[in-house]
Design a protein. Structure first.
Length: 392
């Protein structure tokens, strides 16, 4: 998938200053007994945290080397390090360093468990499913969730799992119905990108009945920011074997049938036609190339390419060729060179075909297979209908 990660937004300075002022006012004018109780509570929390860390340190210290290696393997899996080339160098580290890494990981998990409840998968899911969620709170919650999905362990992701994915998709569906929720819609897609960054989350999305159909709905030039994030995500998913391409195509097709548009790729082509958004043009070209070039079957590639051409790419090729952006040039070159290669292959194949034209069934089968699922199919049917009428 696309490896470019979205930047994290900083907290608002004014909100931070307002928070400091409120706390300062409370400390200055609040009752001394309340301050004392609060300080006592903070002190107790710190002491408990210190005791927990001390117990963990002793626990790791008491482990045998074999137990450390076993726990170390579990930690690597939990960190979503599935690539053996990345795990191998870590396995070679001295046992002392492995103990230190385990200690750091355990301490981090301990701190997360003792922090605010909103950091847990269950609390995120509960908040996202709250029907009284305000627009502002939804946006802040989704930003926080994106950070958690990016930084937490595989165990956290598994706990978030299917119910969490469902909650994100429900919110995305809601946000796409309101222009006031556009910022939250963008964050929903960014959460999905973070969720699919590992094999576990990607598998859940690919196996979900309507995830990619809902995502296809976000391919809409009226909200360019959300569309850009969506197109990038779908281009990456499209390249995932063995079913990524078919799932993306299915999602785009299903949504197109719901809105009853003639051309299912028209929204992607509209993105190519935006002059002042180079990132959008590059992303839409990447998705176009991923959809057209991924199938192994030549006829299917030609069929998909013809659909894009009918959707309007043929009318903006000249515009794209005038674009000076290097990334646009690279993607356009892929699009046109693959078209020419497929045309050569198709021409060579038809030249080598030998059909027994004295056999009506073979002749019909060959012609039917040649035009099936192409723009010529309706005309072929018209010819057959006319032939049937004229048979006498």
């Amino acid at each position: 998938m696309d490896s470019n990660s979205t930047g994290r937004r900083d907290s608002k300075l004014l909100a931070g200053l307002a928070s400091v002022k409120r706390n300062s006012s409370f400390l200055k004018f609040g009752p001394k007994s309340t301050k004392s109780k609060r300080d006592s509570k903070v002190k107790s929390t710190i002491e408990l945290q210190s005791q927990d860390d001390g117990g963990l340190q002793q626990q790791i210290k008491d482990m045998s080397d074999k137990e450390v290696d076993a726990k170390f393997e579990e930690m690597l899996t939990d960190m979503n390090l599935t690539d053996e080339s990345k795990r191998a160098p870590l396995r070679k580290k001295p046992i002392r360093e492995k103990r230190q890494m385990l200690s750091m990981q355990y301490s981090r998990e301990s701190r997360l468990k003792s922090s605010a409840n909103i950091d847990s998968p269950a609390s995120f899911i509960s908040e996202l499913n709250n029907r009284d969620l305000t627009s502002k709170h939804r946006f802040e919650l989704l930003k926080q969730l994106r950070v958690s999905l990016t930084s937490n362990t595989l165990t956290w992701m598994i706990e978030f799992g299917g119910p969490g994915l469902e909650a994100i998709l429900d919110n995305l569906n809601t946000c796409l119905q309101s222009t006031a929720e556009r910022k939250s819609a963008t964050e929903c897609v960014r959460c999905l990108r973070a969720f699919t960054n590992g094999k576990y989350g990607l598998k859940l999305v690919l196996n979900h009945e309507s995830a990619l159909t809902i995502l296809a709905r976000a391919i809409d030039v009226r909200d360019e920011v959300t569309m850009l994030e969506t197109v990038r995500l779908m281009a990456g998913v499209c390249l995932v074997p063995p079913h990524g391409h078919s799932k993306v195509l299915e999602g785009i097709t299903d949504f197109n049938e719901l809105r009853q548009h003639d051309e299912r790729f028209a929204a992607i082509v509209k993105g190519l036609n935006i002059n002042n958004n180079i990132n959008m043009r590059v992303a839409c070209l990447q998705l176009t190339n991923a959809i057209i070039s991924t199938p192994d079957d030549l006829d299917f590639r030609i069929h998909l390419r013809n659909e894009f051409w009918r959707a309007g790419i043929v009318d903006i090729i000249e515009l794209l060729e005038k674009d000076d952006n290097e990334q646009v040039k690279v993607q356009l070159n892929i699009l046109l060179s693959h078209r020419d290669d497929d045309a050569d292959d198709f021409s060579q194949r038809t030249e080598n075909i030998r059909v027994e034209f004295d056999d009506c069934t073979e002749c019909y089968t060959y012609l039917h297979n040649s035009v099936a699922h192409t723009s010529c199919e309706v005309y072929f049917l018209s010819i057959l209908s006319a032939s049937y009428v004229c048979q006498g």
